[in-house]
Ligand binder design. Sequence first.
Ligand code: CA
Length: 236
Amino acid sequence: MIVRDKILVVEDELTISNLIRTILTANGYEVITAVKGSEALSMISSHCPELIVLDLGLPDMDGVELIRSVRSWTNLPIIVVSARSYDRDKVQALDLGADDYLTKPFSSAELLARVRVAIRHTRMGAPDSAHVHSGKFTAGNLTIDYDKHQVLVDGKNCHLTQNEYKIVALLARYAGRVLTYDFLLQELWGPQNQGGNQILRVNMANIRRKIEKNPAEPQYIFTEVGVGYRMVEGDS
Ligand code: CA
């Protein structure tokens, strides 16, 4: 018997809920749905899904409240789906513990990629577990050699500075997932960091000059405008 990953879709717009269900079911996932936040909370306890796909605008509560509540007792991955174009909401959802987000309208390829990455990260355990600190990360022609602290493109060392290397290595640890500016700054320079987003922007411009063929059209590290950065999924 094939055990399929169970995904809870929390969405009050039926056309969108049905669309998500169709895409996920066609790709081998089991889907259960909830329309309200309260209903979602009880289904999480009773059905133990592997992942939640969550709309932020629910009839009975703000999706952000639901994230706060779920995060108080479980690390169950949450992908936020939102029509809101306000970056603030996405950033708030991510900083409260959502794993990723999609902005409506999204393609089925985007949805499936986010779901795959979120479920894989849960399987791997904590992202800072030992095996991701040693060995290699590869995506296309890009290789990160964690033992040597080097980033190579086409086998050639890109000679990143220490800060540039730290940024790339961190993004690769969460490859496929968006990391917010605040998360990056905290992880890299601690809560006392003072540089603000500017330090990230400057470093990213230098990183792109060194690793991307065309820094204006990056292949490896993408900017999520107003939110943060995302490293392309690694080859598996
Ligand atoms: Ca809604």
